[in-house]
Design a protein around this ligand. Sequence first.
Ligand SMILES: NC(=O)c1ccc[n+]([C@@H]2O[C@H](COP(=O)([O-])OP(=O)(O)OC[C@H]3O[C@@H](n4cnc5c(N)ncnc54)[C@H](O)[C@@H]3O)[C@@H](O)[C@H]2O)c1
Length: 294
Amino acid sequence: MDTRGPVVEPDARPDPARELAGRVAVITGGARGQGRSHAVTLARMGADIAITDLGHDLGTVAYPLGTADELAETVRLVEAEGRRCIASLVDVRDLGAMISFVDEVAAEFGGLDIAVANAGVSSLGSIMSMTASDWSETVETNLTGVFNTLRSAAPHLRRRRWGRMIGISSMMGRSSNPGIAAYTASKWGVIGLCKSVAQEMAHFSVTVNAIAPGNISTPMIHNPALYQLMRPDLEDPGPDDVAAPMTGLHVQPVPWLEPDEVSAAVAYLCSHGARHVTGTVLNVDAGASARFTG
Ligand SMILES: NC(=O)c1ccc[n+]([C@@H]2O[C@H](COP(=O)([O-])OP(=O)(O)OC[C@H]3O[C@@H](n4cnc5c(N)ncnc54)[C@H](O)[C@@H]3O)[C@@H](O)[C@H]2O)c1
């Protein structure tokens, strides 16, 4: 048991251009989309990076998931920033595999400072027809996967007595829509999980926050199943057909944001300036939350 007392993070601000020099970050779901963008962003800030992804599709998810080749491309992009990158196909639903991966990363890089629990899937379907696997594959990835990531990282961050944990929720984690119950429930859960862990880690200079993105331009939203959910009146809707209903989910008149806009929030939460921001939710959702949160 660690018997040292509470820690106060030093006031001195590191060089903003290399703010995360000497830090190590693990990011799940790093093969593409937002996870890849977070990896490159934190590498640019000076951190060494470890990424995981699944490497195969899931029967209950109606679009292809990240591949080993895409994971290798993220490694290439991180290394092009002059940082080291470890990558492995690890399923976030498997706690034992996550602990082994994170322990190996910490041993190889000499510790761990940042965990971004980003891996997620979106499954669609009515409560009248959802199967047990529809429910469990989504909840086990999106909620248990975030728990497994935080659980694997927590002992390392506590040992460092500096740390940042970020759980990726969603604007659906603070609101709801029909036909997406498992996803919505899992994302509400991520917020409760992060708030509770934030209180546990507060005495060790480890912050824990959630980010709630709006529609982000990745394969999770750009796929025929989601297009059909948004435009059930059309036979074969495309991106132009869904732009209006997607815009309707936001307040600012934009259908979707780019992954690097969420990475900017990740960068902020990892920065020295956010050292006393913990247990909160940062909305990156073109104003959507103005409608539904206090
Ligand atoms: N795209 C959006 O509109 C949007 C909005 C709000 C929140 N989010 C959340 O942002 C996060 C990133 O999503 P994205 O938009 O980049 O989508 P994405 O599908 O491009 O990326 C998600 C990645 O997670 C990986 N993954 C899925 N299951 C996994 C598992 N069991 N183990 C390891 N990796 C797994 C996928 O293979 C994929 O590479 C997710 O948690 C998602 O729910 C997305």
